[in-house]
Design a protein around this ligand. Structure first.
Ligand code: HEM
Length: 249
């Protein structure tokens, strides 16, 4: 029987044979902890994929003025983010020496080169032409980043939605203050965006702490200064207007 005529099973629906053949340690032995390192990064890439899928949906729902559904999808995104932050605990069970046992085999590979992480940053408004140039021309990653660089961001979609809700503005902050004071439905939506912003910052914070405890002040495999570089990315909000208005509410 050819594959297309085979009955659907758990294994072939999920492509388990392929999935389970994708964890290939590079260390000789191989070092026990390299399996965890590979699995956890692969799991993160899958969550990144799902986040992009859901972020695109939030944007589309806002474009259709479906703010209730947009909030529902944001709730799912936040739940995924919580799981992503919690998963760092698993990697923190790996001691510095356990990591060093295979770190050299990673060569220049690093999460720094995750195009899906950059895509998430792009959709959330942190777009950088420099980040695109790190990916080879003609490849999937480059094409995806170039597309997202030119696309509207979640914040753009939100502001357009707010305008269609009847708010006129050049500077959005006074309109956002009015929303918080008089418009509970849209204030709720603003709160979910603040949750999202805080969730991403929380991941960055937990990641840098994990990096500090695992490699200290060593430079990263991706060529940066390591924890010092990562600390610079902390406290950089996605939606600064939503933070700025809080002292005026
Ligand atoms: C022992 C575990 C880990 C260590 C020691 C580590 C180390 C680092 C370092 C030093 C950097 C800075 C760039 C560089 O020079 O390499 C970095 C960036 C990054 N790592 Fe990790 N990492 C670890 C686990 C993870 C995991 C599980 C993920 C999940 C995908 C991840 C995702 C990222 C991302 C997305 C960046 C880019 C951050 C940015 O540019 O803002 N890392 N990592």
């Amino acid at each position: 029987m050819s594959e297309t005529t085979q009955a659907l099973t758990y294994a072939n629906y999920l492509k388990l044979e392929e999935l389970l053949s994708l964890q290939q340690p590079r260390s000789s032995g191989p070092e026990h902890d390299e399996m965890l390192f590979i699995v956890i990064h692969q799991v993160y890439e899958l969550w990144f994929k799902q986040l992009l899928h859901e972020l695109d949906r939030v944007k589309a729902l806002l474009e259709q003025d479906e703010s209730h559904h947009a909030q529902h999808t944001l709730k799912r995104i936040l739940t995924i983010l919580k799981v992503m932050v919690a998963q760092l605990d698993i990697l923190e069970t790996m001691t510095p020496l356990e990591f060093l046992s295979f770190r050299a085999r990673l060569e220049a590979a690093s999460g720094f080169q995750s195009d899906q992480f950059r895509q998430i940053e792009f959709v959330l408004g942190l777009q950088s032409a420099q980040a695109i140039n790190r990916f080879p021309e003609g490849g999937r990653a480059r094409a995806a980043l170039e597309r997202r660089y030119h696309e509207s961001t979640l914040w753009d979609a939100f502001l357009q939605y707010v305008r269609r809700e009847g708010y006129q503005f050049e500077d959005p902050q006074p309109a956002l203050i009015t929303i918080y004071r008089n418009d509970p439905k849209n204030a709720e939506l603003c709160e979910r965006l603040v949750d999202l912003d805080e969730g991403i910052q929380e991941w960055r914070y937990r990641h840098v702490k994990m990096v500090e405890r695992t490699i200290g002040a060593r430079p990263g495999t991706g060529g940066s200064s390591g924890a010092a570089y990562l600390r610079e990315t902390l406290g950089r909000p996605l939606f600064p207007d939503l933070w700025a208005i809080r002292s005026q509410l």
